[in-house]
Design a protein around this ligand. Structure first.
Ligand code: BTN
Length: 272
């Protein structure tokens, strides 16, 4: 653990001036889950742009039934409340854009080119250092709110044995302790650019831009032999994204669209 990595909220507000996040930062020394808190605040009427972030989570949640290990002083654990003017059918674009936003922030701050694994895991080499949990409250035709929860392994020097084969941190990859504040400010600015583009009049142009940037920044989207965990379980070779942003996999039975589940690399004779 790296003990000295504090947040200076007034400086963050100043750096975020002109975005919906300025003056809406809420830091918690410890909390069960910043996503749970932010969803609750959203239902109680909190404004768009609320950002809840914590030094420690005692019950951090991941996609599916996974948990997210969130020891104190080690990672960035942040949840952002959005009330986007998009249709529920277009929410996947926001989730994909969040991955691109974090990728850009990591590039700006740490000069690292992360690999994106659909829908929005960030990896360095074969190991994951960032996960995003996007939760939605919607009617069929109206998005009430969306919470984008981002977990980044920043200062960890090692991981418990059960995670060590698949998890890494910015410190492990670079030998440097990147400030969480700088990462959070960069990613919020980048997220604002992405969400503004998706809410603009030209949704088609914004989604095309997301598709082409994903093609450029992910080794997973095309030509990777993968299997899908969970009820959708299938295996095959990735064949790009469809026009709604879902992953396509060429299987022995034909082309399959992946709607959920974790995508993992299929290595012959490997332990899953
Ligand atoms: C995943 O890859 O499974 C998603 C992990 C998301 C973790 C973040 S940490 C901040 C926010 N609060 C949570 O409980 N989860 C997300």
């Amino acid at each position: 653990m790296h003990s000295e990595d504090p947040f200076d909220l007034p400086a963050m507000d100043e750096a975020l001036a002109g975005t919906p996040f300025a003056e809406k930062l809420r830091f918690l020394p410890t909390i069960d889950s910043t996503n749970t808190l932010t969803m609750r605040e959203a239902e109680a009427g909190a404004p768009e742009g609320l950002v809840c972030f914590a030094d420690e989570q005692t019950a951090g949640r991941g996609r599916g039934a996974h948990s997210w290990q969130s020891p104190p002083g080690s990672g960035l654990y942040a949840s952002v409340l959005l009330r986007p003017r998009v249709a529920p059918a277009d929410v996947l674009w926001l989730s994909l854009a969040a991955g691109l936003a974090v990728r850009e922030a990591i590039r700006e701050v740490a000069s690292l080119e992360a690999d994106l694994r659909w829908p929005n895991d960030l990896l360095l080499g074969p190991k994951k250092f960032c996960g995003i949990l996007t939760e939605l409250s919607a009617e069929v035709t109206r998005v009430r709110h969306l919470v984008v929860g981002i977990g980044i392994n920043v200062h960890q020097e090692r991981f418990p044995e059960e995670l060590a084969r698949q998890a890494t941190s910015l410190y492990i990859e670079t030998g440097k302790h990147w400030p969480r504040q700088e990462l959070l400010v960069a990613l919020l600015k980048s997220l604002y650019r992405e969400t503004s583009a998706l809410e603009s009049a030209n949704l088609g142009q914004a989604t095309q831009s997301i598709l082409s940037r994903l093609e450029r920044s992910s080794t997973w989207i095309r030509g990777k032999r993968v299997y899908v965990e969970g009820i959708e379980g299938c295996e095959g070779v990735t064949e790009g994204l469809d026009s709604r942003g879902f992953l396509l996999i060429r299987t022995a039975d034909g082309l399959r669209t992946v709607y959920s589940g974790g995508v993992r690399e299929e290595k012959s004779n490997s332990n899953r």
